[in-house]
Design a protein around this ligand. Structure first.
Ligand code: ATP
Ligand code: MG
Length: 180
């Protein structure tokens, strides 16, 4: 399983439809300050279901929609689609390729799609459950997050290793059982 492409259209600084193609290896995105590198990572967070505008470095969700420049008028919606190569079927879905998309309009109306079929946010979350991908996973490490981990309390750091080892769900179940 690997990220094959990211399509953005009307998302933040990307007014034109742009498709980033990746291969099974390491890809770096470089560019001057303010050129939109972090916006690419924001696009991935957003399509995976991020609900917090602050996490996306905005004040309100509408801020993810291209707001226009002197040369170009604003857009009415933002669209992001990520395509994942699923030939190893790590995602519990029969397809060898999975495209997850999200669109939001200025009216606030929004939708999620899996392989072109309209679905709920919950379906997107369930698709990535236990894969390490997702807005709560550590597949996206934001600026400043490493420092937070290094300077954090040992208990907090332990939590991170628990999560990486996949034992958090067992700990949660144990705690729930002990409460009963
Ligand atoms: P740095 O190297 O400083 O981290 P960067 O390449 O990561 O920069 P980003 O933070 O991704 O840059 O991009 C910031 C740019 O995106 C700013 O110029 C900002 O105006 C633009 N931008 C953000 N949201 C929108 C929006 N809704 N509409 C238009 N432009 C936007
Ligand atoms: Mg940046």
């Amino acid at each position: 399983m690997y990220l094959k492409s990211i399509e953005v259209h009307g998302f933040k600084s990307f007014a034109n439809k742009i498709v980033f193609e990746f291969h099974n290896g390491i890809t770096g995105i470089v560019g001057p300050n303010g050129s939109g590198k972090s916006n690419v990572a924001d696009a991935v967070r957003w399509v995976l279901g991020e609900q917090s505008a602050k996490q996306l470095r905005g004040a309100k969700m509408e801020d993810v929609i291209f707001s226009g420049t002197e040369a170009r008028k604003s857009m009415g919606y933002a669209y992001v689609a990520i395509t994942i190569n699923n030939e190893d079927h790590k995602l519990p879905i029969e397809y060898d390729e999975v495209t997850v998309a999200r669109r939001v309009y200025r009216s606030g109306e929004s939708e999620y799609l899996i392989n072109g079929n309209s679905c709920r946010l919950r379906d997107v979350q369930e698709l990535f459950l236990d894969t390490g991908i997702g807005k709560e996973g550590y597949s996206i490490i934001g600026q400043g997050q490493i420092e937070k981990i290094l300077s954090g309390k040992p208990e907090d750091r332990r939590e991170l290793f628990d999560e990486a080892a996949g034992i958090v769900k067992f700990k949660k179940r144990k705690a729930a059982a002990e409460r009963n």
